[in-house]
Write a protein that binds this ligand. Structure first.
Ligand SMILES: [Zn+2]
Length: 302
């Protein structure tokens, strides 16, 4: 009976991302505010409070649903188990305003669950990575919680993780691993899931837990079917210049011969005498040659 109701809701409200895929594998989700039956009154709020958020589990598939009203939960079907296939199948279901005693000014009853329960691809604990939904700083680490605060003041809470990789004061990047999906609860364990909160300043209300569901749906669609990156710029018209001829490296060059030792005449740094001797010989030579030419000229005149 419950299954039939669910199917009707899916047909009416779900969004199909890949119509060719088998029904069980196609991401579908109940609308924001449609809580599990008898679990409370939801807030019908489609607003994406964190645009361009990173889905907080590294890889899909993942399943947002109630860990208390779902199979194996305290208020779940009798005799069911947390690892039942029902918990690991679509459609997703909002549980932000699910019945709790915490003050929740944005919920119709004024109280609620604060955030969203999300199961990873499988029921195994300590396997699936939780990643940061945004750049930010780790502002608190509790016995089962990690808070990351973004520069705009938005706080993201990640609960029930094991193998936490960060410490208070760390700056983290969007998509950075924070820990693994587990069942940590500071004592008696909970079911294996990530509880995820978003807290923001809301005008006229204060710093409150805001509905994370629409931001999760958006970021999950992006995880399953990423927006293609912008095309590469066209190649430049001029081909690249050919590389310069290869210079031989020093290892390839033949070894330089050692310079021969110079024979130096010590004590003969200057020799003015020989220069004047050379000049005298030149003057004498020119004079003798001129005399011979004059004599020859006189002979010819005769
Ligand atoms: Zn929870």
């Amino acid at each position: 009976m419950m299954r039939r109701i669910t199917s009707a809701l899916v047909l009416a409200t779900s969004m199909t991302l890949a119509s060719s895929a088998a029904a069980e594998d196609t991401f579908t989700f109940e609308p924001a505010g449609a809580l599990a039956p008898t679990s409370g009154t939801g807030r019908e709020d489609d607003r994406v409070y964190v645009p361009a958020m990173r889905f907080p589990i590294e890889s899909g598939p993942a399943y947002a649903n109630s860990q208390v009203w779902g199979h194996g939960g305290n208020s779940g079907p009798k005799g069911s188990g947390q690892c039942d296939a029902e918990n690991y199948s679509y459609p997703w279901r909002d549980n932000y305003c699910e019945s709790r005693s915490w003050a929740m000014p944005l919920c119709p009853s004024g109280t609620g669950h604060q955030g969203q329960d999300i199961r990873a691809a499988t029921c195994e604990k300590d396997v699936h990575w939780v990643v940061s939904a945004s750049d930010g700083t780790v502002t608190n680490i509790g016995s089962y919680s990690v808070y990351v605060t973004a520069s705009d003041g938005t706080r993201f809470d990640y609960l029930h993780m094991s193998e936490v990789t960060v410490k208070e004061g760390d700056d983290v990047k969007r998509g950075q691993r924070l820990g693994k999906v587990s069942n940590q609860f500071g004592g008696t364990p909970t079911t294996v899931h990530l509880h995820f909160n978003i807290r923001q300043n809301v005008a006229g209300v204060g710093f409150v837990f805001v509905p994370p569901y629409a931001s999760l749906v958006d970021s999950y669609k992006e995880l399953l079917n990423p927006t293609p990156p912008p095309p590469d710029p066209p190649p430049t018209a001029a081909p690249a210049a050919p590389p310069p001829p290869k210079e031989p490296t020093s290892q390839e060059l033949p070894a330089e011969p050692e310079p021969e030792p110079q024979m130096v005449d010590s004590g003969c740094a200057s020799a003015p005498a020989s220069t004047s001797t050379g000049a005298l010989a030149l003057v004498l030579g020119v004079t003798v040659a001129g005399a011979i030419r004059r004599r020859a000229g006189r002979r010819a005149a005769r």
